[in-house]
Write a protein that binds this ligand. Structure first.
Ligand SMILES: C[S@@+](CC[C@H](N)C(=O)[O-])C[C@H]1O[C@@H](n2cnc3c(N)ncnc32)[C@H](O)[C@@H]1O
Length: 162
């Protein structure tokens, strides 16, 4: 989800050579770049689809796994909740959600000033709210179980099961 330039897709294909993989992004420009970037991959073709994470063009229970890297800090709080609902809807029962995004203040209070200046330097209007939200609880509220999170320097990774 929010596949951007396609780097995560390439890593996923290396880890899962035989699985069907679909990349979704809102931006034509990013989809074109992803298409160029993954064009030399061996194995089954990765399907790229233009779509909005808020309203995914997929049936209920249609994916075994969703990964989403560095999208949530770009979304306003109400839209983050909407996207979590969509992820829950399209995952099959037992399906796995894996998110990676910026660390939050509760993970690394020592980095608070770095995080607080990030939104100014990079014009990220929703970042200051994102770093304060209890994302684990939001993921649980839509119905996910077994929510785990871990931070690694500036990146935080969540996993959860439908
Ligand atoms: C910071 S980039 C991250 C890209 C990629 N995941 C990575 O880590 O390199 C955020 C991506 O989210 C996409 N995006 C933003 N809002 C979206 C939405 N509502 N639905 C789908 N994609 C969205 C943008 O077009 C962009 O490609």
């Amino acid at each position: 989800m929010a596949t951007g330039s396609g780097r995560t897709l390439k890593q996923l294909r290396a880890a899962f050579p035989k699985e069907k993989i679909t990349g979704i992004d809102l931006s034509d420009s990013y989809l074109k770049e992803a298409s160029r970037y993954i064009s030399d991959l061996d194995g089954d073709l990765i399907q790229l689809i233009k779509g909005n994470a808020e309203e995914l063009p997929f049936e209920n229970d249609s994916f075994q796994c969703i990964s989403c890297v560095y999208l949530f800090h770009e979304l306003p709080r109400t839209i983050r909740a909407k996207v979590f609902n969509e992820f829950f809807r399209v995952l099959e029962p037992g399906g796995i959600l894996v998110l990676a995004d910026s660390i939050q203040i509760s993970d690394s209070p020592d980095f608070t000033s770095v995080m607080e200046s990030f939104y100014k330097s990079f014009h990220e209007p929703f970042y200051c709210d994102y770093i304060k939200e209890d994302i684990d609880s939001k993921i649980e509220e839509v119905g996910f179980k077994d929510v785990k999170s871990n931070s690694f320097f500036m990146t935080k990774v969540w996993s959860a099961v439908k």
